[in-house]
Design a protein around this ligand. Sequence first.
Ligand SMILES: Cc1cc2nc3c(=O)[nH]c(=O)nc-3n(C[C@H](O)[C@H](O)[C@H](O)COP(=O)(O)OP(=O)(O)OC[C@H]3O[C@@H](n4cnc5c(N)ncnc54)[C@H](O)[C@@H]3O)c2cc1C
Ligand SMILES: NC(=O)C1=CN([C@@H]2O[C@H](COP(=O)(O)OP(=O)(O)OC[C@H]3O[C@@H](n4cnc5c(N)ncnc54)[C@H](OP(=O)(O)O)[C@@H]3O)[C@@H](O)[C@H]2O)C=CC1
Ligand SMILES: O=C(O)C(=O)Cc1c[nH]c2ccccc12
Length: 382
Amino acid sequence: MQQETVVLIIGAGPAGLATSACLNLQNIPNIVLEKEDCCASLWKKRSYDRLKLHLAKQFCELPHMPFPQNAPTFVPKTDFIQYLDDYASHFNVNPIYHRTVESASFDERERKWLVFVRNTLVNVVETYEGKFLIVATGENGEGYIPNVPGLDSFHGEVMHSSHYENGKRFDDKNALVVGCGNSGMEIAYDLSNWGAQTSIVVRNPVHVLTKRITQLGMVLLKFIPCYVVDYIMLTLSKFVYGNLSDYGLQRPSKGPFYLKRITGQSPVIDVGTVDKIKAQEIKIFPSISKINGDCIQFANGETKSFDAIVFATGYRSTVRKWLRDDGGLFNEEGMPNKRVPNHWKGENGLYCAGFSREGLFGISNDAKSIAQDICMVLEQQK
Ligand SMILES: Cc1cc2nc3c(=O)[nH]c(=O)nc-3n(C[C@H](O)[C@H](O)[C@H](O)COP(=O)(O)OP(=O)(O)OC[C@H]3O[C@@H](n4cnc5c(N)ncnc54)[C@H](O)[C@@H]3O)c2cc1C
Ligand SMILES: NC(=O)C1=CN([C@@H]2O[C@H](COP(=O)(O)OP(=O)(O)OC[C@H]3O[C@@H](n4cnc5c(N)ncnc54)[C@H](OP(=O)(O)O)[C@@H]3O)[C@@H](O)[C@H]2O)C=CC1
Ligand SMILES: O=C(O)C(=O)Cc1c[nH]c2ccccc12
């Protein structure tokens, strides 16, 4: 099958939907290709049950459509999924599902993008052509599990956080969560609530803030410099939590919003995990040094038996697996080479949406910038 269109968008997560919506508003023909059978697959299929947006709703809306007025400040996962489905219908975004992009390259002679796509319904490769190509496959392309010595010998269940739904199956089990980002800290809390004997591996310093402190920070950032906001964040956080280093949680030397901006590392928005750590309902361990059967040895020499390990060790972009001729838009890890706000535009009509490490807020900005840029290029060519 051969199809020609103006813009090809790869991925129907929030970034693909938002970019398609902005293009539709400008009457620029576009096609969204999605490997799964639905849009927002991360939210529908790869996230835990108790997930709520950590940022207040005004920082999580996609372009041109606020959340309903009666939506709670921190939107639960099911409501966010409903919002995304409504968003797609409202802006007439109709992704083509069961389409896995296997390669995309730029045809210099024809000056267009050639995309080879597997139609997984019938297992046939199709070709799509576009003047513009938008990469919207996300920073969370695939779950990352580190190479831990002896992991193969572990007898119990091993999973990545993207496959964790809830702790029902783990009640009374000894569960170890590896990684103390937002996924790890919340999954540890959930496991403990379901009755699991829960431990968490914390290998580096981490900022812990409440939702409300973070919300205040997001608002203040509009008016005052980052280092002042960080000072306020740290003062408030110390007031709420006290000194957590005795419990095994150190703070990084750089501030939470500065770190987010420079490295993309998010502060942990605490949902109650810290109280459980203080009450010793959740135990902290340093890095794993090796695994032998069900026995796990940690960097401090301690050993303990576990029934299950949840790796909340983050994600990797998958762009490098299929994108050719990207002209240096992406680095070896499949993340943009340029810093925000200059990260979203490449050469020959190539763009990326959803790679700013600024969550849904960044996605919204990317979508608007890209649609505006494509509109301008098309106008100039008229
Ligand atoms: C658990 C979790 C909670 C989060 N909560 C928040 C939050 O509260 N607030 C916030 O601002 N941000 C949050 N984020 C960060 C971010 O906003 C989300 O990850 C968001 O879903 C990213 O949207 P996206 O469209 O860029 O990527 P994704 O949602 O990952 O969508 C990418 C889509 O591309 C498809 N795809 C991938 N490869 C191919 C291919 N080769 N061919 C075709 N299709 C492909 C995938 O199936 C997927 O549907 C969260 C992230 C995670 C992991
Ligand atoms: N409700 C919400 O809004 C939620 C938002 N999110 C967001 O989704 C994104 C992904 O979050 P998340 O899944 O937590 O991933 P992150 O990449 O944010 O965190 C991964 C964690 O795993 C640790 N880690 C990695 N490798 C190892 C290892 N070998 N041994 C021990 N620890 C290791 C990292 O530690 P180190 O720092 O030492 O590398 C880090 O603490 C983030 O932007 C996050 O904020 C996630 C969940 C909920
Ligand atoms: O959930 C995330 O990690 C996000 O990327 C959302 C986000 C954008 N800016 C922030 C600042 C502090 C905490 C979370 C975020």
